[in-house]
Design a protein around this ligand. Structure first.
Ligand SMILES: Nc1ncnc2c1ncn2[C@@H]1O[C@H](COP(=O)(O)OP(=O)(O)OP(=O)(O)O)[C@@H](O)[C@H]1O
Ligand SMILES: [Mg+2]
Length: 485
C-alpha cells in the first residue's frame, strides 16, 4: 500500500516525480517555510526533503513539526553521485536518508498504511464531522479541513459558491483574487470536496521556463530534446483522478496556453515528443491575481482560454473589503495559535489586546491574509508580555502602509520611478526576510517579474539575515543603480 499524502520539500523534478508515484497525494513546497505552511494545513503522512537541505535544516523542520504537536517522519533523499553523509541526517532526526532509486523502493515497500500516529482517516472524519470543527473560525467542514478561517458574510458567500462549484462537474475551475487572499487554499478546498483521496499537484506557471513548464505538465519521452535521457510523466498524468493546480496561469506562455486549451476541450494530450494520446481525468484548477479579461484584451492571455476557464470563476474577497472586517481578529488569533515561527513565545502569548485588534481592523491590507500572517508572526517575535499589544504591531503596520504608499513613504528628493521601484523591492525583501515568493506577493507582481527586477537592480544576491529581526537591508548590499535611475 502506498503512503497517502506526502509533502516534498524539494524543487528537484526527479524527486517530485518518484515521490509522487509513491503516494496518493503529493504536495510540493519550494522551501522550508512553505513546507511548514503546507504541513500545518495538510497533516501529511510523510515529509521528504532533498539533500540540498542541510542536516540543520532537517533538524529545524522536525523541531517545528513536533512543536505543532504533530508526529510526522521526515525522510531525506539525494542523488547517487552526490557526496552526502547520511549519518549526519539520521543524527539530525531523519527517518531515513537514501539515494533516489533506493528511496523510491523504500517508500513503495515500507509504507504499510499511514506512518504517522493519527490515522489520516480519523483526521478526515474529524474534519467532516459537524461537531469537530470550531464554528467560530470556519464557515463549514471543507473550510476547516484546509484551515480556511473566516466567517464574514463575504467569506460565507464565497465558500458557498466554492462548494457549489466543487460539487458540480465544472472543470476547469478558475479562482481569482488579489495576492494573498487564499486562492491556493480555495483550490485545496475544491480538491477536498471532490476527491480528497486522490493526488493534488500544484505548479507555479511563473516559476519555470516555457519548455520546463511544458515538460512538467505534459511529461516527455526519452530523446525528445537534449537532456531528455528518460521518459518523464507529467503532472496531468500524475494527478490521476485528482487535481492539478495551475498557479499564476496568466504567466503561462501563449503557445502553452494553446496546448492547455486543447487538453481542456479534448481531455487528452501528448507527451513532449510523444505520439500516443494520454487521457486527462484530473480536475484543473487555475488561479490568477491578474484580471484575465484585461490580459486577454491586451493580447497577453488567449481570449478562447479565458472563456473556457471562466465558466464560474470564484473571486476570493480581499481583506480590505469592509465586509471582511470580522475575519481580521479571527485570522490574527488563528495565526497566533498556529504559527511555528517561535513556538515557545507563541505558547506564552495568550491573545491580542482589543486595541491591537482594532488597529488591525483599521489597516488596509494590500498584501491581504499573507500580510496579516506576517504582521502576527513579527509581533510574536517582538512581544515580551502574554498579550500582543498595539506596540508590537504598530511599527509593522506603519512599515506596510509606507510600502503600499499609504504613509509618508519615500523622501521626495532624488525621486525617480526606478529608484522608487528598487526601494520598494528592497523593502519587500527585507519585510519578508528574503522570501522571494512572499516579496512578490506583497508587491503584487509575479515571481518571474520579481526575478527580472532583482537582476535589473542588482539585488539578486540578497539573502535574509540569520536571526529574526536582524534582516540585512538588501539595498545596503546592492550595487547602486545607474545615473539614469
Ligand atoms: N482564509 C484564510 N485562513 C487562513 N489562512 C489563510 C486564509 N487565506 C489565506 N491564508 C494564508 O495566507 C497565505 C497566502 O494564501 P494563499 O497562498 O492561498 O494565497 P494566494 O491567493 O494563492 O496568494 P498569491 O496570489 O500570492 O499566490 C497562506 O499562508 C495561507 O495559508
Ligand atoms: Mg498562490
Amino acid at each position: 500500500m502506498v503512503t497517502k499524502r506526502i509533502v516534498a520539500v524539494s524543487t528537484d523534478p526527479d524527486t517530485q516525480q518518484y515521490v509522487g508515484r509513491a503516494c496518493n497525494e503529493l504536495l510540493i513546497a519550494d522551501d522550508l517555510s512553505e513546507g511548514l505552511d503546507i504541513i500545518g494545513t495538510a497533516c501529511p503522512d510523510l515529509v521528504v526533503m532533498d539533500a540540498r537541505h542541510t542536516p540543520a535544516d532537517v533538524a529545524r523542520l522536525i523541531e517545528s513539526i513536533e512543536q505543532r504537536g504533530l508526529n510526522i517522519p521526515v525522510a531525506v533523499t539525494h542523488r547517487d553521485n552526490l557526496n552526502v553523509a547520511p549519518d549526519a541526517y539520521i543524527a539530525a532526526g531523519a527517518w531515513v536518508c537514501l539515494p533516489g532509486a533506493a528511496m523510491a523502493e523504500h517508500l513503495r515497500s515500507s509504507c504499510e498504511g499511514p506512518v504517522k500516529q493519527t490515522p489520516r482517516a480519523e483526521l478526515e472524519d474529524m474534519a467532516h464531522s459537524s461537531h469537530n470543527y470550531d464554528k467560530r473560525f470556519y464557515v463549514d467542514a471543507s473550510a476547516a479541513a484546509v484551515n480556511m478561517v473566516g466567517v464574514s458574510e463575504s467569506m460565507t458567500n464565497t465558500l458557498g459558491l466554492l462548494t457549489l462549484v466543487a460539487e458540480s462537474q465544472c472543470n476547469p475551475v478558475l479562482i481569482v483574487g488579489e495576492t494573498g487572499t487564499g486562492k491556493e487554499l480555495a483550490a485545496r478546498a475544491v480538491h477536498h470536496v471532490r476527491h480528497p483521496q486522490a493526488p493534488f499537484v500544484a505548479i507555479n506557471c511563473a516559476a519555470l521556463t516555457a519548455s520546463l513548464l511544458e515538460s512538467e505538465l505534459f511529461g516527455h519521452v526519452k530523446g525528445s530534446f537534449t537532456g531528455a535521457d528518460r521518459d518523464k510523466t507529467g503532472l496531468l498524468e500524475l494527478a490521476g483522478d485528482g487535481t492539478v493546480f495551475l498557479d499564476e496561469i496568466s504567466e503561462m506562455p501563449l503557445d502553452l496556453q494553446a496546448k492547455l486549451l486543447r487538453v481542456l476541450q479534448e481531455r487528452v494530450f501528448r507527451k513532449v515528443g510523444g505520439t500516443e494520446s494520454v487521457a486527462c481525468r484530473a480536475t484543473i484548477v487555475a488561479s490568477s491575481n491578474r484580471n484575465l479579461l484585461r490580459e486577454s484584451l491586451d493580447n497577453r492571455f488567449r481570449r478562447d482560454l479565458y472563456y473556457r476557464l471562466s465558466v464560474c470563476p470564484i473571486t476570493m474577497p480581499s481583506l480590505s473589503d469592509p465586509a471582511r472586517r470580522q475575519d481580521i481578529g479571527l485570522l490574527a488569533e488563528h495565526f497566533l495559535r498556529t504559527s511555528t515561527i517561535h513556538p515557545a513565545r507563541s505558547r506564552r502569548i495568550r491573545c491580542l489586546t482589543r486595541l491591537a485588534v482594532e488597529a488591525l481592523e483599521r489597516h488596509s491590507w494590500p498584501g491581504n491574509v499573507r500580510e496579516l500572517r506576517n504582521v502576527i508572526e513579527r509581533a510574536i517575535l517582538h512581544e515580551t508580555t502574554d498579550k500582543i499589544g498595539l506596540s508590537s504591531i504598530q511599527g509593522h503596520l506603519a512599515e506596510y502602509a509606507a510600502l503600499a504608499g499609504d504613509g509618508p513613504g519615500l523622501p521626495v528628493k532624488d525621486f525617480s520611478l526606478a529608484k522608487a521601484e528598487r526601494e520598494l523591492i528592497g523593502r519587500a525583501l527585507q519585510q519578508t526576510e528574503g522570501q522571494k515568493s512572499r516579496a512578490a506577493g506583497l508587491l503584487g507582481i509575479s515571481r518571474a517579474t520579481l526575478y527580472d527586477k532583482l537582476r535589473l537592480y542588482g539585488l539578486g544576491q540578497y539573502k535574509a539575515g540569520n536571526a529574526a529581526g536582524q534582516t540585512a537591508n538588501p539595498l545596503d548590499a546592492a550595487e547602486p543603480i545607474g545615473a539614469s535611475a
